[in-house]
Write a protein that binds this ligand. Structure first.
Ligand code: PEP
Ligand code: MN
Length: 359
């Protein structure tokens, strides 16, 4: 993907780009101790939050600008570059005064274009690497907008961090991985390096290795991981932080995938399978076209009889039946629901186009 970009910004990014460090800077000792433990692990920069945007007031809100001096000391002792989150122009100014090497924009800030613009304006004339976390909701345009605001301010080293999206559903993860969003970002902005923050996706330390591996399998350029010398006593995000040793072993165990392979056996088998998939996709599309023809005919019948387009009872029956049949074919309930909802939405659009001349 865009690892070359990261290398051209002066990072080693070998074998992948790695940012690691505590959720929050808590004390000078904690920052320096973490930096020492990570310096030998080939990371590209030490992360530590100085100003912590918390969802609810009253949680630990960061140590503020005095923590920047701790980062500077950690850098002097270890040679590591250091980075932190900025949420407003005064944070940017304080970071520039301390020559902080890397900045990132947090998920809550990316959600607000006014804040992102203010940060971009404060950074104008500098060329620090800045990473933009995805917004709290699965809105790829909002994420791209933030990246564009920074680029438009003249910054040439803008990357992205995927940290999942918040959800009201009870789930395994703190933030749903929502992989289709970073995949779409990679497609629409192929020149932007994209790294994954498995810590904020998972919310629990034991879930991190699997999500980090999944990020590698999806060709992310690297990882940003929360690492703390004493996770149970961390002042923020305690359950999701790894010890430096846990971080090291997670990284060593990652299997790195590449986008392609020259092996002729692999190429042959893959192209045969791809042909089958192309053929099936063609049939799926034809079937969907036929289904829509029938749906339009039904629409005309309903329209003549002044019967509503939406038939809630029938729709519920369809969903129950298709989810059950999908389950027998090992298709997940979520997938079948989403697919049927998309088909139904298009069916309604087509019926209403005939009926009231939409379009
Ligand atoms: C963080 O990186 O510590 C943080 C607050 O993350 P996010 O903005 O992804 O919630
Ligand atoms: Mn955190």
């Amino acid at each position: 993907m865009s690892k070359e970009q990261l290398v051209s910004w002066g990072f080693k990014a070998e074998p992948i780009f790695l940012a690691a460090g505590p959720c929050s800077a808590e004390s000078e000792e904690q920052v320096v101790e973490t930096a020492r433990a990570l310096a030998g692990q080939g990371i590209d920069f030490l992360r530590a939050g100085i100003w912590k945007p918390r969802t609810r007031p009253g949680s630990f809100e960061g140590v503020g600008p005095r923590g920047l001096a701790w980062l500077v000391r950690a850098r002097a002792e270890t040679g590591l570059r250091v980075g932190t989150e900025v949420a407003e122009p005064s944070h940017v100014e304080a970071c520039l005064e301390h020559h902080i090497d890397v900045l990132w924009v947090g998920a809550r800030t990316t959600t607000n274009p006014f804040s992102v613009q203010a940060i971009a304006d404060a950074l104008r004339g500098t060329d620090l690497p800045v990473f933009v976390k995805n917004p709290m909701s699965a809105d790829v345009a909002l994420w791209m907008g933030a990246i564009e605001r920074l680029s438009n301010a003249g910054l040439s080293k803008v990357g992205a961090i995927h940290r999942g999206v918040s959800s009201s559903l009870e789930m395994r993860y703190r933030n749903a991985p929502a992989w289709k969003m970073p995949i779409e970002l990679m497609r629409r902005m192929p020149e932007i390096p994209v790294i994954c923050d498995p810590s904020h996706i998972c919310g629990k330390a034991e879930l991190l290795p699997a999500i980090a591996q999944e990020a590698m399998d999806l060709l992310f350029d690297g990882l940003m991981v929360e690492v703390h010398p004493d996770p149970p006593n961390a002042l923020s995000d305690a359950p999701q932080q790894l010890t430096p040793d846990q971080f090291g072993s997670m990284i060593r165990n990652l299997e790195l995938s590449r986008e392609d392979s020259d092996s002729p056996v692999f190429q042959n088998s893959l192209s045969e399978l791809r042909e089958q998939v192309d053929e099936l996709d063609g049939r799926l599309l034809e079937l969907l076209g036929q289904r829509m023809d029938i749906v339009r005919e039904m629409g005309q019948l309903k329209s003549k009889q002044k019967v509503s387009t939406l038939q809630p009872h029938r729709w519920q029956q369809i969903l129950n039946d298709r989810v059950k049949r999908g389950g027998e074919l090992e298709l997940s309930e979520d997938f079948v629901l989403q697919m049927m909802q998309s088909i139904h939405e298009e069916a309604i659009r087509q019926q209403e186009t005939d009926r009231i001349g939409l379009d």
